[in-house]
Design a protein around this ligand. Sequence first.
Ligand code: HEC
Ligand code: HEC
Length: 489
Amino acid sequence: MNDPIKPKHRKRKIILLLLVIFAAIGGYIGWDRGFREHPQEAWINSTPELRFMYGSIGAEHDAGIPYWIWYVLPRVFPEKLPGPGGYASLGVPWQQGQEVPVGFTKKTIGFPRVGNNCAVCHTTTYRATPDSIPVFVAAGPGHTTNVGAFFRFLVDCAKDPRFNADNIMTEINAVTDLDLIDKMLYRFFIIPITKQRLLEREAQFKWLYRKDFPDWGRGRDDAMNLTKYFMIKLPMDDTFGPTDMPSNWNLKKYQHDKGHRMNFAGDSHDAYSVIMDSALGLLGAPPKRKEEFVGHVKWLHEYLGNLPAPKYPFAIDQNKAVQGKALFDANCARCHASERTGTRVPLEEVGTEKDRIDTWNHEHAKASNKVVKDMGLERRGLVEDEPLNGYIAAFLDGIWLRAPYLHNGSVPTLRDLLQSSERRPKVFYRGYDVYDQAKVGFVTAGAEAERVGTKHDATQRGNSNQGHEFGVQLSDADKDTLLEYLKTL
Ligand code: HEC
Ligand code: HEC
């Protein structure tokens, strides 16, 4: 009998087989170099603090920037940053010897990508003197980070015609040696797609370019408006309410059943909800793997729940502090160490700037809660059925490190807060990290503070330092002792 497969057919079959093999190899390479997920380097998970500062929460998938593009952007577009020094000019906390700043996460998903985590806005740095080595405090307020300038930088780079494969590849080739496959991937896919992705954000960030809104400046962002424009995709309105980055330590002090609420205006029910919503904000898209995502949220909830506030690291006069406690009990405790602490104090009573409250309402809360629920995620969520007309009487643990003060960061130091509002500084510089032990807060004036920091003008919109006129009538000697006590909290 003859061979049933004629030679012509056999040839066709071999070609087909080869094509399948090539496609499989191509597919494998595409997956391996484009999408294959690798765990982060092991040191990142070696301590909870490192995990908080550098650990991925999954933001690299949709919001990540390819590492080499991230690396060369400040070299290609230095003029789009607030000053010299690359990303450091954005005030991001950057530990010596680290490849990326705190709050930036490097993870390989096909190719190395850089995302962000909570620590970019929730890590404090301070120095005792200009010559001291900075101390990094995980979960402290990110008072140096200029989030607005970072967002604008990325959009401005993408809009520039010089953001193209030729220019970016030239810079990348100058700093690293990619193999042929990576070079092709970067040139034909990664660079054009990244540009496209960043340009898509332009419309949502339009309000960051408004001339009638002052800059957020270092250490602030307009969190509720970010939620409106990114999570529920509402069109831009006229509200403006940037707030100071808060501390995130010791979150277990907030107890829902005692009526405690989270965020400055008490618009979220509990820490778990805020953490989940913040994490979704960083991902910029529904989580790829829900269980893994919830795992990150639970870990953060546990870690931040139990992390103690840092102790004041400089000398405290204990005698004065004891006297100061009596003044605190008489003037402050009814809001800051009582059943009112952690609950909303009506705006008429505290009298501080109203703009932040106007950025958010019950309809926004309902819409956001629906978005999260539709992702199949469970949480108590944003407050839909309580008045949102005031600010939370803050717990004061670690208050020494939470300058500048009030929800909008409008008062530079604790000493200034104990002055009537017309005597508080109208103009100061925020985001410089040298500590001022006499005023209890950061240094906010002088050549270095002005060079590094961003200007806060309390006469501008959203920036008022009005209200909270408590303890302002005390004598200077009493204020000294009260300040000494506040250092012990
Ligand atoms: C881009 C900066 C930024 C990032 C990133 C960020 N936050 Fe925040 N966070 C803020 C600001 C600003 C507020 C204050 C919001 C308000 O009330 O207006 C806040 C509020 C909070 C609060 C409420 C604090 C309180 O005392 O009421 C918690 C808790 C919190 N964030 C945790 C997180 C966690 C956990 C992450 C990461 C998953 C995260 N945040 C990411 C800026 C940020
Ligand atoms: C009637 C209640 C009330 C009294 C009394 C009161 N506070 Fe406050 N305090 C508040 C509220 C509400 C806020 C939040 C206001 C805001 O951010 O706009 C606040 C905020 C603060 C902050 C800023 C917290 C931060 O993270 O920026 C400090 C510090 C503070 N108070 C200290 C004091 C001291 C010291 C006294 C006593 C001399 C005092 N307060 C008396 C209600 C009160």
